[in-house]
Design a binder for this molecule. Sequence first.
Ligand code: Z5A
Length: 212
Amino acid sequence: MKTKGKFITLEGIEGAGKTTQLAVVQSCLEEQGVDVLTTREPGGSPIGERIRALLLDPDLKGIAADTELLLMFAARAEHLEKKIQPALENGIWVLCDRFTDATYAYQGGGRGIELERIALLEEYVQDSMRPDLTLLFDLPVATGIARAGRRSAPDRFESEAVCFFEDVRTGYLAIAQSNPERVRVIEAGVPVEQVSDQVRRQVTAFLKEIDR
Ligand code: Z5A
């Protein structure tokens, strides 16, 4: 029987550099002979990507916080069943750009939904399924916004005020503090190469810990 794959997630506020560093994690693992699948949330499956388009649509500003929350978990249920779980069962490691920590940070920290209600949905949709490792890319909000602002027109989340992202960042740091075994904080407000060095160190340490 194949050994189950590991599930690694990348988190952070917008412009933190997750997408840039996903490739670094992938190449570190592939150099060690690990089969890797990269994916993202919200999205990652055909239905999930349609839900993502709805969630990011800048015209849907008035969406209720609970609707947003439930759509995140609807996309996640589809993603888990159709893509993440089958890959892990086949020994493939899954690298995911955002997962449920983003829900705690954005819908919990940012929108103010009680964390206990998010935990109920997490239990319902994921059962005991949790990431094996999470890299949290932390940086000052102003730096993240400046980086993201260099790109195309803002989506619905990117149009939020600075204080929203401050709350999201605080939410993420609280998660890191409560889950020191799983969540490794990367100082992301420095040049790309320095971020990549930290990422390689953390991935190497994780591989040693699990002693593959
Ligand atoms: N969301 C949610 O609310 N609840 C949930 O449960 C989930 C998600 C799962 C979509 O996410 C939105 O969904 C997200 C939260 C919400 N909204 N926000 N904000 P997304 O992942 O698609 O969108 P994003 O986080 O905004 O992606 P991003 O802005 O692209 O961030 P990133 O992937 O961390 O950054 P990047 O693309 O790698 O880099 C951004 C730019 O900075 C780019 O030009 C890079 O070349 C540059 N960069 C990267 N690193 C550096 C360094 N070190 N120095 C200088 N410049 C850099």
